[in-house]
Design a protein around this ligand. Structure first.
Ligand code: NDP
Length: 332
């Protein structure tokens, strides 16, 4: 079977040479273990951080070793009675085709015909919970808020905007990196959208001339500065990510208008989805309901085959995805 190893730590934007696809044997499972064939694996922006050494909230990948990340797989051989052959499971063991795993290291998924396995990596998985916890708990969303979402056409952002609309936002503005993405945001219920490549502050001023109450930030940098400028008094921001700086070699300069935070009495709050696992039952029930009623639009960008995992990851960092980026490794 094949798996991806980290070959080198990148300086700036990662390149294909930083990764190596390696052929390895599949070991025999021991008592209490299962053999999992991956069906679909996730590539996520936080993985750029795992290519770096040094302390971070996700442990770094080691050079010369297999990388890890979220995936949904099928048990194809089992020595654990609680996980019979054929079970669908969630693991953090992908960037490989097949893995032998302790039963305790995987989570069994319900077999629901109207739920695609890849949704457990997106709308019903980590990005979905990030959107839900970040908007409703960290950002303290209130009906009637005017909301601004950066990175709005991505996995997290496209859900944040739709969640806000479904819960009664007055307006939902999204920014993204191309006219095609902007057009799609309007289709899925954003009240306004603009391409940040034409200028963030200008785009936001045109889309939300009366200001914003809540900012969900996936991008950081210039986007955060523009939002601070556009905030009304008592504005709130949920700081989810700052992808505009992930490949930066030097830390980017901070927003130049932090002084406005005082006069506007702003609250800017960073968060990690892992601190909000207690919301999972409520999140799953609510979002499954929106999926079944057809209120929520889910979009994915799918690459095929283990060879495509690195191209998919590099493409994600450059904005080649609409919605959740995943790599399909085997049929459901
Ligand atoms: P996305 O699906 O949004 O993919 C990343 C997107 O980032 C790309 O599609 C691209 O879209 C955009 N992007 C890349 N470079 C830039 C740039 N320089 N300026 C503006 N946009 C850029 O990924 P996710 O939805 O999975 O993640 C979104 C954010 O949420 C990330 O910052 C991630 O780190 C963060 N996150 C945080 C979590 C937490 O617990 N706090 C958990 C999960 C995610 P475009 O074409 O619009 O540029």
């Amino acid at each position: 079977t094949r798996e991806w190893h980290l070959a080198a730590r990148p300086h700036g934007e990662p390149t294909p040479e930083d990764f190596r696809l390696v052929e390895v044997p599949v070991p025999e499972p021991a008592e209490g273990q299962v053999v999992v064939r991956m069906v679909v694996m996730s590539v996520d922006p936080y993985m750029r951080g795992r290519m770096r050494s040094g302390p971070s909230y996700a442990p770094p990948w080691e050079v010369g070793e297999v990388m890890r990340g979220g995936a949904v797989g099928r048990v194809v051989a089992s020595r654990a009675p609680e996980l019979p052959e054929g079970s669908l499971v969630l693991t953090d063991a992908a960037w490989r085709e097949v893995a032998v795993l302790d039963a305790a290291a995987v989570t069994r998924l319900p077999a629901a015909e109207d739920v695609a396995p890849s949704w457990y990596l997106g709308v019903l998985g980590m990005p979905g919970l990030t959107a839900y916890a970040g908007l409703f708990r960290v950002g303290a969303f209130r009906e009637g808020d005017d909301v601004f979402v950066s990175g709005a056409a991505g996995a997290v952002g496209s859900l944040v905007g739709q969640f806000a609309r479904l819960r009664g936002a007055a307006g939902v503005v999204g920014s993204a990196g191309s006219p095609e993405k902007v057009a799609w945001l309007r289709e899925v219920g954003f009240t306004a959208a603009f391409s940040y490549r034409d200028g963030v502050a200008r785009g936001l001023a045109e889309a939300a001339p009366d200001g914003i109450d809540l900012f969900f930030d996936n991008v950081g940098g210039e986007h955060l500065e523009a939002a601070i400028g556009a905030f009304r008094v008592h504005g709130r921001a949920a700081l989810c990510g700052s992808i505009s700086g992930y490949n930066a070699v030097e830390p980017p300069p901070g927003p130049r208008n932090m002084g406005l935070m005082v006069g506007k009495r702003l609250t800017l709050r960073g968060f990690l989805v892992s601190d909000h696992a207690d919301l999972r039952p409520e999140f799953t029930e609510t979002v499954t309901g929106w999926l079944r009623s057809g209120d929520l639009v889910v979009r994915e960008t799918v690459h095929e085959g283990i060879e495509q995992a690195v191209p998919a990851f590099l493409d994600l960092l450059r904005g080649g995805n609409v919605g959740k980026m995943v790599v399909r490794l085997a049929p459901d």
